[in-house]
Design a protein around this ligand. Structure first.
Ligand SMILES: [Zn+2]
Ligand SMILES: [Zn+2]
Length: 328
């Protein structure tokens, strides 16, 4: 084992040690000086893919950046608050400054915020819709002050109304919630869904329709491999992958795909069930995911793992697999 492999393995042991030793993690200075991994990044002539994972914030948003850096990620996704509650603690100036400082030091790019799970921008219920719009606006405002690149949101569930109405409501919600905001570099990514329940967004055409209705907003798309697969895009074989990529190109456009949520699926093909699973251990499988990760038409997007968090070693294992797909 030499060259890049040995570097990767030494990074892995460093990350593992830090994860296991909370005292060490707490004591990490807020500086890149203590992080040798950037020096260890191999120099290569080919452009390095942007690979990362959704990582926990623990007791500070900057913690996800530090952890991403220790794991050798180029990019990271995080929640900017509790994802399962309506109320978010306001961001303090210190927290914002620290996040921005660590971001600069770690050079992670892009940085994504995933919105909380309660938001439903397509809700038929008025109270739910109002709360969702307010909460989404708050998410975008937090993303702006933190200076991240993307905020990812699901289109929502049109429970009680038809799909076309759901799409209309979602687009209207996005416009209302974003009114008057200065986006700067920030872009909102609409994520495709598994189509669980009455979720819209399981067809790429839905995402296109939302984008068309919000042409004044800086929108893009996030494609989740597990959602696509259980929504009926069969990416297991080469021709199915090509057909799926062609479908993405025809609808939302490849350059609008800014992020890929790279997950295997515990749920079977076309089941409309959303169950992420470890890379190579689910119904999509290792070879199909390797083909997906290596596809040149998606090379520009950030690849983010959202695999289960059942063991601290799981992220390392899944990152290692994804890295081996694109490098090997
Ligand atoms: Zn998502
Ligand atoms: Zn996802």
């Amino acid at each position: 084992m030499g060259g890049y492999a040995s570097l990767f393995y030494s990074r892995r042991s460093l990350a593992w040690k830090l994860w296991m030793d909370e005292t060490v993690r707490q004591a990490l200075p807020h500086g890149a000086a203590a992080m040798p991994q950037r020096l260890m990044t191999p120099t290569t002539k080919t452009r390095r893919r942007h690979i990362g994972a959704h990582l926990p914030i623990k007791d500070g948003l900057h913690q996800s950046l530090l952890l991403a850096s220790e794991l050798g990620c180029d990019t990271v996704q995080l929640f900017s608050r509790n994802p399962r509650g309506w109320m978010a603690k306001p961001l303090t100036k210190d927290a914002i400054d620290l996040f921005r400082k660590i971001r600069r030091q770690t050079k992670l790019s892009p940085v994504l915020i995933h919105t909380n799970y309660l938001i439903n921008l397509a809700a038929a219920d008025e109270v739910m819709l109002e709360k969702s719009r307010a909460s989404f606006r708050e998410e975008v405002q937090r993303a702006i002050v933190l200076g991240v690149d993307y905020v990812v949101v699901h289109p929502g569930s049109a429970h009680g109304s038809c799909e076309a109405d759901g799409i209309e409501t979602c687009a209207h919600s996005l416009k209302l919630a974003c009114q008057g905001l200065e986006f700067g570099q920030l872009r909102v990514l609409i994520e495709n869904t598994a189509g669980q329940g009455e979720c819209i967004g399981h067809r790429f055409e839905h995402l296109r329709a939302i984008m068309d209705k919000c042409s004044n907003l800086p929108l893009g798309v996030c494609i989740d491999t597990a959602h696509s697969f259980t929504a009926g895009y069969d990416i297991r074989e080469e021709d199915g992958l090509e057909a799926t990529i062609e479908s993405i190109r025809r609808t939302v456009g490849l350059r609008n795909v800014r992020a890929i949520h790279f997950n295997d699926s515990r749920a079977s093909y076309n089941s409309r069930v959303d169950r992420h699973w470890h890379i190579g251990e689910g119904h999509i499988g290792r070879e199909a995911l390797r083909r997906f990760a290596r596809h040149p038409k998606l090379a520009h997007a950030a690849f983010i793992l959202e695999t289960p968090y059942d063991d601290p070693r799981a992220d390392l294992k899944n990152l290692e697999r994804l890295r081996s797909f694109v490098d090997g």
